[in-house]
Design a protein around this ligand. Structure first.
Ligand SMILES: Cc1cc2nc3c(=O)[nH]c(=O)nc-3n(C[C@H](O)[C@H](O)[C@H](O)COP(=O)(O)O)c2cc1C
Length: 179
């Protein structure tokens, strides 16, 4: 692994204030290409991606998304396609599905950051309303938006001012001792 990749991982932050400067089509395609390479449980690839740039559609989505603070010029919606689950006899509760969404989300956000753009994930929205707004196929479950754009100068601070944590705070080595 190169230091550049580590630096990209370290410096990516969720951005909740973006300008309305558009994102080039070529950059959006590079981000989607990166998502295609995200790992997927059993290599089943149940994720589908919906790109939304239309201003009126984005406005409607924001109306039903209390956790979407950005007015991002591009939204990528990560969906799970239930038809893929049926094909492979997977229940919708299979935990690999949520993990697949996570691997795709982080891959999209790191690719976005590598291109000099800003991103922010959003899970706080009405799934039912989003299905209607986007006229999603019945088998698609809308799981997570990634907002993409250019960072505004005045940037909203993070969600909560937690104390700074290190990897040591999050890690335990080896087997836990017996009581
Ligand atoms: C599963 C998940 C759901 C999230 N949902 C939202 C959301 O609805 N709105 C939002 O502004 N940020 C959301 N976030 C972003 C987190 O709040 C953010 O990653 C966290 O505060 C740490 O900030 P950082 O990634 O810049 O270090 C979500 C992140 C994850 C992983």
């Amino acid at each position: 692994m190169s230091e550049t990749v580590l630096e990209n991982i370290r410096t990516r932050r969720v951005v909740r204030e973006m300008t309305d400067q558009p994102v080039a089509q070529e950059q959006i395609e590079k981000i989607l290409e990166a998502a295609r390479w995200a790992p997927s449980g059993g290599n089943l690839r149940p994720n589908r991606y919906i790109v939304v740039e239309d201003p009126e559609t984005r406005r409607l989505i924001r109306l039903v998304s209390p956790g979407m603070f950005q007015k991002a010029p591009v939204l990528i919606l990560i969906c799970t396609d239930g038809d893929v689950l049926t094909e492979h006899s997977l229940p919708p509760t299979d935990r690999a599905l949520l993990i697949d969404i996570g691997t795709a989300a982080q891959t999209i956000m790191l690719a976005t950051h590598a291109l000099g753009l800003a991103s922010g994930p959003v899970t706080s929205y009405s799934k039912e309303a989003v299905k209607v707004i986007l006229n999603l196929p019945a088998s698609y479950s809308p799981e997570m938006f990634i907002c993409i754009g250019h960072k505004a100068e005045t940037t909203r601070r993070g969600m909560t001012a937690w104390k700074r944590i290190t990897w040591r705070d999050l890690t335990h080595w080896e087997r836990f001792p017996d009581d």
